[in-house]
Design a protein around this ligand. Structure first.
Ligand SMILES: [Zn+2]
Length: 159
């Protein structure tokens, strides 16, 4: 997996640079989900996106790791904002769970209510980051989504 991230990180676009309009990202993201759902079923497609997010989360977690949890979370939220994935805020944390809010989510911010939560990549990303810190698997769900009319994107991780 590390190889994939290394390979795709290398960009040579002297004139156009590394940024793309969000619509292009969303076309790739949403159409891939739709077609993967047609081929594999919606649940499998969701898992595919969760696993992709988790792979990034694990590698990112390795890069940003800090045994001080607050410093680790700060580095993560800085990265998430710098990379324009969203604005990450910790809504709640205790021994049993972590709840994070992802405002201006790259995938769902501004979308109409389509009656479902769709940010599986983000769920996997958060899960992978937490798993790297804890050194074990966790269960994560999207508990609010703009695409479900809930005004923000929120991921809940149960330890
Ligand atoms: Zn969302």
């Amino acid at each position: 997996m590390e190889d994939i991230l290394n390979q795709i990180s290398k960009v040579k676009r002297d004139k156009l640079g590394t940024e793309i309009p969000i619509l292009i990202f969303r076309v790739l993201r949403h159409y891939t989900h739709v077609y993967a759902s047609d081929l594999l079923g919606e649940r499998a497609s969701n898992i595919l996106f969760i696993n992709a997010g988790r792979a990034l989360g694990e590698q990112l977690g390795e890069r940003l790791y800090d045994e001080d949890l607050n410093k680790y979370l700060k580095k993560i939220s800085d990265f998430v904002e710098e990379e324009k994935i969203g604005i990450l805020k910790i809504s709640h944390i205790d021994e049993s769970k972590l709840v994070v809010q992802l405002d201006e989510c790259i995938t769902c911010a501004g979308m109409d209510n389509i009656g479902k939560r769709i940010c599986f990549f983000e769920v996997g990303l958060v899960a992978g980051l937490v798993e790297k810190y804890l050194g074990r698997k966790v269960i994560a769900h999207e508990t609010k989504c703009n695409a479900n009319g809930e005004g923000t994107c929120e991921v809940t991780v149960n330890f």
